[in-house]
Design a protein. Structure first.
Length: 251
């Protein structure tokens, strides 16, 4: 998916402006050079996910192109009198899973996702990104991650290093924290085995009951959003058969 870059700059530290708005701790940025995060509605629902990249005194926001304009407007609403500037900039983004080129940063979501490079347009290295995402249950903007609908923890953001529970307040933090303190999630994204195929968005049925939704499919696997109380080992989504290995219950 095409990416857009928003540069956050100004006389003050841009991290101070972003710290109260996004799900991750900007304090990590100085150590890692890149972090993964999201912006939420006050009701705790996903609006956009992105990478935050340290670039000198500035911070770059690497976001899916379809989400860029709305994200820029929302950041502008929160800016008020903060001494920061928000602007879209033309900057190539490359990614790969082979040897990392000089200046590349490791994708913070999962080691299997390789590296990201800003400022150089390199040719694709042949990585099967859908198969990689499915195997490791990595959601994608506009497919598994749905604005004003998805909740971060149901999408696996804790596992993907995209949320910090110790950083303090940010927009949507209270809802996210309450979900984190539950004994267990009742629904969420998982990788399932699939025989056949069905369009993204097809309802998954367990017997006569709706058990979730089917998303990206590759290599005999798929990402599915399941209601765990209804999901079973054998389900179907249209003509496709779905098999989910239920988690082992603790003794």
């Amino acid at each position: 998916m095409e990416r857009a870059i928003i540069k956050v700059s100004g006389d003050d530290d841009p991290a101070k402006f972003l710290q109260g708005l996004v799900s991750n701790d900007l304090g990590r940025l100085r150590q890692c050079g890149i972090i993964y995060a999201a912006m939420l509605s006050p009701q705790g629902k996903y609006l956009a996910d992105f990478f935050l990249v340290s670039r000198g005194a500035d911070i770059l926001i690497d976001v899916a192109e379809p989400l860029a304009e709305d994200l820029l407007k929302r950041l502008g609403m929160y800016r008020l009198r903060a001494p920061v500037t928000l602007e879209r900039v033309a900057l190539p983004v490359s990614r790969g899973t082979g040897p990392a080129p000089e200046g590349a940063l490791h994708d913070p979501r999962h080691p299997a996702l390789g590296w990201r490079l800003y400022g150089a347009a390199l040719p694709e290295d042949g990585t099967g990104w859908d198969a990689l995402r499915v195997a490791h249950c990595i959601p994608e903007s506009g497919i598994e991650l749905i604005p004003n609908e998805t909740f971060l923890l149901e999408a696996g953001f804790e596992r993907l290093n995209g949320v910090d529970f110790r950083k303090g307040c940010y927009v949507g933090q209270e809802v996210t924290a309450r979900m984190q303190h539950k004994t267990a999630l009742r629904k969420g994204l998982v990788t399932v085995a699939i025989t056949g195929s069905a369009p993204v968005g097809t309802e998954i049925m367990a017997g006569e009951k709706s058990a979730g939704t089917l998303y990206t499919q590759a290599g005999g696997q798929a990402i599915a959003f399941l209601r765990f109380d209804r999901a079973g080992d054998r389900m179907h989504a249209g003509p496709a058969e779905i098999h989910w290995q239920l988690p082992v219950q603790p003794a």
